[in-house]
Ligand binder design. Structure first.
Ligand code: SAM
Length: 284
């Protein structure tokens, strides 16, 4: 068992370096010993596949990743954690900690510099305040990674993994399904963290697709359509699309009809194919 899941050890190291938790940075550190080895194994890193971690915190997941992958690179925003990580990760010589903001760093360049052309996965217990922006940034940039295994709040996991066309789906579900094949891996209870958050979490894995599942003429239009359709969730997709795209309702209705979609359909009833058909008929 890693000493990093021993609460008194972790509290001791953090206190020694004068560290106090920042709620604003989403700092809830894992203390459940079974979670990190499982994440490290399931994320797909190994002696040939490197790994990038976002937000190593005190290094509990980082040390498991370092045991599993030939190389681990961790990006941490909070400077106060650097001396903590230097101490907790001192036994691993295949870990590099970079001080930076995952939303601002040039991740493509980082991957090239740290892993050359080798295979890479991303694995993280994401700070909850930037869950969707981080996931969307990584997917939209088409980073050369095989997969993205992240722990997120349970509700966010359900929304992200919901198949378009099902009740829980939202704009993020369609975007995620455009770039990846998502899977729910396992649940993590709120009591597994220090300090304990109010809600449970879930580990999900987004397996990056080589090709999108639908043919789209203009990607910008596809995402505009998805966003507009979900903008007013309680209205029909036709009303929401008309308002969001600034197009007359009559035009939207005839467009839906041509695509074989009921004008009374709601956004959550639309499949990836439906979104693609709507976008393609606007851009063609
Ligand atoms: N991986 C550790 C664990 O599982 O115990 C810590 C996870 S904690 C939920 C999130 C971590 O992300 C914190 O260490 C926090 O400082 C860091 N963080 C927050 N915002 C960040 C950002 N924009 N870029 C990089 N790291 C960030």
């Amino acid at each position: 068992m890693s000493k990093l899941t021993d609460i008194s050890y972790v509290k001791g190291v953090l206190a020694k370096h004068g560290f106090t938790f920042s709620k604003a940075l989403g700092q809830n550190f894992l203390i459940n010993p079974s979670v990190c080895p499982k994440m490290a194994e399931m994320c797909g890193c190994n002696e040939n596949v490197g790994v990038i971690e976002i937000g190593p915190g005190a290094g509990v997941l980082t040390s498991e990743l370092a045991k599993t992958a030939y190389k681990a690179v961790a990006v941490e925003l909070d400077k106060r954690l650097l001396p903590v990580l230097a101490e907790t990760l001192s036994e691993h010589d295949n870990v590099k900690v970079i001080n930076g903001d995952v939303m601002k760093l040039d991740l493509k360049q980082l991957i090239q510099e740290e892993f050359g052309g080798g295979e890479v996965v991303i694995c993280a217990n994401l700070p909850y305040y930037i869950t969707s922006p981080v996931i969307m940034r990584i997917l939209e940039e088409r980073l050369p990674i095989k997969s993205l295994t992240v722990m997120v709040q349970k509700e966010a996991a359900e929304r992200i993994c919901a198949a378009p066309g099902t009740r829980q789906s939202g704009a993020i579900s369609a975007a995620v399904h455009y770039y990846s094949q998502p899977e729910m891996l396992f649940k993590v209870s709120a009591g597994s963290f220090l300090p304990a958050p109010k809600v449970d979490s879930e580990v999900i894995k987004l397996n990056i697709l080589k090709e999108p599942p639908v043919q789209v003429t203009d990607e910008t239009m596809f995402f505009k359509v998805v966003k507009a359709a979900f903008m007013q969730r309680r209205k029909t997709a036709a009303n929401s699309l008309s308002a969001g795209l600034g197009m007359p309702k009559t035009q939207i209705n005839s467009l839906l009809e041509k695509s074989g979609i009921k004008p009374s359909a709601r956004a959550e009833e639309l499949t990836m194919q439906d979104f693609a058909k709507i976008a393609n008929s606007i851009s063609n």
